[in-house]
Design a protein around this ligand. Sequence first.
Ligand code: NAD
Length: 486
Amino acid sequence: MRETLHFVNGEFLRSASGRTFENRNPVDNSLIARVHEAGRPEVDAAVRAARAALDGPWGRMSVDERAGLLHAVAAEINRRFDDFLQAEVADTGKPVSLASHLDIPRGAANFKIFADTVKNVPTEFFQMATPDGTGALNYAVRVPKGVVAVICPWNLPLLLMTWKVGPALACGNTVVVKPSEETPSTAALLGEVMNAVGVPPGVYNIVHGFGPDSAGEFLTTHPGVNAITFTGETNTGAAILKAASDGIKATSMELGGKNPAIVFADCDLEQAVETTTRSVFANCGQVCLGTERVYVERPIFDEFVKRLGEAARTMKPGRPQDAATKIGPLISLEHRRKVLSYYEKAKAEGATIVAGGGIPTMEGELAEGAWIEPTVWTGLPETSAVVREEIFGPCCHVAPFDTEEEVIRLANDTPYGLAAAIHTTHLARAHRLGAKLEVGICWINSWFLRDLRTPFGGSKRSGIGREGGVHSLEFYTELRNVCVKL
Ligand code: NAD
């Protein structure tokens, strides 16, 4: 049986305790590997290795040398594209067509983009007057934060991990990564890549395990960690914020969402249906930016619902390697139990089930997988848990609206504030809503489109801070002020 090991100081390690957990393929629930679970000793060794690298060759390297190594990391990921693709698809069950298009290329690109960004960051500089007339120079120096703990979710494992590791390393930090217990494989492959291109030992470390009373908690509470960057569920973020408060650690929180799509009667209907189909069902609905609430202006409500229902029924589940497969399984049987509990609630509350609503019939060994039907509901009150809580599955509730003011109120009436999509051909209205919706990113006639130099993050319970382009550099560096009397 394959084993997935920790990566500490450039070496793959087993846990001293011998404790392991299972990594299963959600397509058929088959066992992929036994993963070593880190205890405090492994986490401590990883943090110490990260500190030593910071004080050693990595800390002394010029920005150009570091950026050169990160370009080499990107090139090596691309050279081993198929290894990364197979590992990501086995861990997540997502279609090869999606992972080869999105997850792996973005995993490599995240190193290139931040290697280039860090070489072009200006700093502040002021010439000051002094009472004696000689003056002074005041300038800011950017230094790395130090050892950064990177805690990752399972929905876009390589993409979201490198979205943090890329800028952290570009800025001269060292990292200890805790991948999701569901998807440890591509993080481990990245360890091989780091060694192959000559990134010094201790710069990139991995500890595997769970959250509470396991690697996640041991890492976020470790006194040797200077900053924590987290992507995951809002309640987990709250627990990590509490843990971070003891050590006064810098935190970046990319959390959950319950994102609205707003469809006006003047939209390009075909484009609105196509885009909403993607924003609801892509990655089996396991995208933090995905749509779970759709508001449609009343004159086109029936037609939109009919077309979205038809689109949901064409989302054929199947083996990831099959080119015809449009949708994979959920990440695990456990997550399916959670998503199905919302399917049951919707039924119990009298929702109209436009499409889906249950488990599809799968043949052979696929019957053991975490499959679920793409689902569209109408007819639920806004107070329903199905409409208020993040489900993180391939499903949405569609409701009609009559006025712009009403739909702004409905869209904002949520504790979350991550993303929104608006479909309209009315230019001024699109701009008005773009500013009024309480979200980190608002798409007009599009979804999941973003220049990586722009700020990314959430409002309200969807997060704290912004990453992307220079905004990532703000988090992964600290500014020191130097004042020179002339
Ligand atoms: P999760 O919060 O359950 O787990 C995320 C990570 O945190 C895992 O590695 C887990 O082991 C670890 N963890 C759990 N408890 C911990 C603790 N007490 N201390 C330290 N670490 C702990 O999230 P998930 O189920 O893996 O991912 C899905 C969630 O992530 C959804 O809510 C989704 O919206 C969110 N998400 C947000 C973004 C974003 O950019 N805002 C992107 C992707 C996913």
